[in-house]
Design a protein around this ligand. Structure first.
Ligand code: NDP
Length: 241
């Protein structure tokens, strides 16, 4: 039976690659994005398999409404991919409270709310998978990546516990930790002003890395999406990929 996927940030980068891979597998994707017109081409190409819904993952009441609507119309959600995100470079001293909270809203509170919203439905069917887009920055940090990494560390902490809680219920949790991949992420970032000269030697190196698009070895998101689909299809889905 084909699966029903809910993918956030589905219009770009990894989100689009996951959507295309799931469609290729014959599945149905509810592709969530802030600007659904950017999904028009995918919907037009696969009208029976791709459905675009508006969702800003920092809008917590909207999350419950979208999940309820998907379950009402499709009867289930087999796979949730918490993918939406953005990068950010700035020293710890430069990163104000508002910036930290905004990154946590996007990378932690949004995914946590989506996870809570889908779990009752997955628990009732005793099946499902939740995929969390973390980063290598969810395992290690470096100068200039403190705020970004903090949010991904938090997501990983939550997700490890979640995996232990829901595995006995037949639900998989997969944490994906990409290195540098060719998406819009590196052009779609917020860079700090970089006005504090004392930090240029350290934070400046990270900023330069981001500005050059993550280096010349950046990978193909389609290959990462294929690896995620394969991992979800194994009998023993790994905790991390
Ligand atoms: P992209 O910039 O290509 O895609 C990011 C997506 O997230 C876009 O669709 C964007 O929408 C969406 N988004 C941003 N903010 C919100 C929001 N508030 N609500 C809903 N959607 C939102 O980057 P990637 O595909 O690379 O990023 C996807 C994930 O992969 C992120 O979580 C990122 O941290 C992670 N990652 C990426 C790496 C890389 O090298 N590319 C490395 C490690 C991790 P919009 O188009 O409207 O801005």
């Amino acid at each position: 039976m084909s699966k029903v996927w809910l993918i956030t940030g589905a219009n770009s980068g990894f989100g689009r690659a996951f959507t295309e891979a799931a469609v290729g597998a014959g599945d149905v994707v509810v592709a969530a994005a802030r600007r659904i017109n950017t999904l028009d081409d995918l919907v037009a190409a696969h009208p029976d398999q791709v459905e675009a819904v508006t969702l800003d993952v920092t809008d917590l009441p909207a999350i419950d409404a979208v999940v309820a609507d998907v379950v009402k119309r499709h009867g289930r959600i087999d796979v949730l991919i918490n993918n939406a995100g953005r990068t950010h470079v700035g020293s710890v001293e430069e990163n104000g409270d508002a910036e930290l909270r905004s990154l946590f809203d996007l990378h932690f509170f949004g995914p946590a709310a989506l996870t809570r919203a889908v779990l009752p439905h997955m628990r009732a069917r005793r099946s499902g998978a939740i995929v969390q887009l973390s980063s290598v920055g969810g395992q290690m940090s470096m100068a200039g990546f403190g705020a970004y990494s903090a949010t991904k560390f938090a997501l990983e902490g939550l997700s490890e516990a979640l995996r232990a809680e829901v595995k006995p219920l037949g639900i998989d949790v997969l944490i994906v930790e990409p290195g540098a991949f060719r998406t819009s992420l590196f052009g779609n970032h917020s860079l700090s002003a970089g006005s504090i000269e004392d930090y240029e030697e350290t934070v400046g190196a990270t900023r330069a890395y981001v500005e050059t698009g993550g280096g010349t070895q950046a990978g193909d998101p389609a290959k990462a999406a294929a690896a995620v689909l394969a991992a979800l299809d194994t009998d023993e889905t790994p905790l991390r990929l």
